[in-house]
Design a protein around this ligand. Structure first.
Ligand SMILES: Cc1cc2nc3c(=O)[nH]c(=O)nc-3n(C[C@H](O)[C@H](O)[C@H](O)COP(=O)(O)OP(=O)(O)OC[C@H]3O[C@@H](n4cnc5c(N)ncnc54)[C@H](O)[C@@H]3O)c2cc1C
Length: 307
């Protein structure tokens, strides 16, 4: 039986593994793909303190190496569920079940895509799902944001500070975003708002994004815009489905505070999968540290009681 079983080997899970292993606990990370999570698809990370510039894949590799060197075990399988046992928890996987005294849910989230041809190839070099992460790469450029919620409006306002122009493309007539954000975007000189519009096609030149073809659902007219960057802000999908019977969630996000404790004692939630405001590397690793240390404290307290 592991002291701490971490489900998800993204930045939150890897940080939890580093802290738990350094604290002398037996720890395993369950990962269904390659370790590193979302950051693996970031060509460049320039906002991780202490590192001027690094590819997401290299950063993930370094975090994984660090966790392995400290003694964390890696198991490449998908966790399918979680149940309470007398001594701890049972995590069911594709063809096995693992026992642990505590579990850290670090299953993250994935960004909703537009479903356009070439979208995947251009991700990280023309298409971005994170304005805070990639906005600086488009300083002085013409860009567009797709979406109508708070994130899309915030992204447009954030990008308008450094980009030459921002076209905000929204498929409906009215915005889901707060009225205040909409007013601020409307007042911003370099933001152009297009309602009832969807992106039909990405326009490429020499394999680089050059623009997008838009369809106005009201008029039926198409329009071409010329942009270097397209920021997609049409929502995130938390990867919590297998664990929603075990712990409380809201819109799929684990309900846990800064202490990462869920409603089920012994189960902690860390990273982008937790309900919170900011989903970034720094906040994911912060959660990972908090969850591992909280799990260690619980294990130490349990040991103290039984001794
Ligand atoms: C293209 C891109 C660029 C980005 N750039 C930056 C940047 O420059 N700076 C920045 O701060 N942030 C950036 N981010 C955001 C950052 O990557 C995330 O905030 C961070 O990765 C969240 O870490 P996490 O560990 O919580 O979740 P994730 O990274 O989502 O990792 C979760 C992991 O859990 C695994 N998993 C999920 N469910 C299961 C299961 N049932 N069983 C086993 N494994 C499971 C997944 O395979 C995944 O590996 C970027 C994101 C993207 C998509």
């Amino acid at each position: 039986m592991y002291d701490i079983l971490i489900i998800g080997g993204g930045p939150a899970g890897l940080t939890a593994a580093i802290y738990a292993a350094r604290a002398g606990k037996t720890v395993a990370v369950l990962e269904r793909e390659t370790p590193g999570g979302q950051i693996v698809s970031a060509p460049l990370v320039e906002n991780y303190p202490g590192i001027l510039s690094i590819s997401g894949a290299e950063l993930a590799q370094k975090m994984t190496e660090q966790a392995k060197l400290l003694g964390a075990e890696f198991l490449f399988t998908e966790a399918a569920g979680l149940s309470k046992t007398q001594d701890g928890f049972l995590v069911s996987c594709a063809d096995d079940a693992l026992e642990a005294k505590t579990v850290i849910l670090a299953t993250g989230a994935s960004h909703r895509k537009l479903g356009l041809s070439q979208e995947d190839t251009l991700t990280g070099c023309g298409i971005s799902y994170c304005a805070v992460c990639d906005g600086a790469f488009y300083e002085g450029a013409d860009v567009a944001v797709v979406g109508g919620g708070d994130t899309a409006l915030q992204d447009a306002l954030f990008l308008a500070n450094t980009c030459r122009s921002v076209t905000l493309i929204h498929r409906r007539d009215t915005f889901r975003a707060s009225a205040q954000l909409v007013r601020r975007a409307q007042a911003q000189e370099n933001i152009r708002i297009l309602r009832n519009c969807t992106v039909q096609k990405l326009l490429l030149s020499d394999d680089s994004l050059q623009g997008a073809e838009l369809l106005n659902s009201k008029t039926g007219e198409t329009e071409r815009i010329y942009i270097e960057g397209l920021f997609v802000a049409v929502g995130q999908m938390p990867q919590s489905a297998p664990f929603q019977d075990a712990v409380a969630t809201e819109n799929g996000y684990y309900l846990a505070g800064e202490d990462t404790k869920t409603c089920l004692p012994g189960i902690f939630a860390a990273g982008d999968g937790r309900k919170k405001q900011v989903r970034q590397l720094t906040t994911a690793v912060s959660d990972g540290a908090a969850a591992a240390l909280a799990a260690c404290r619980l294990l130490d307290a349990q040991q103290g009681i039984s001794e």
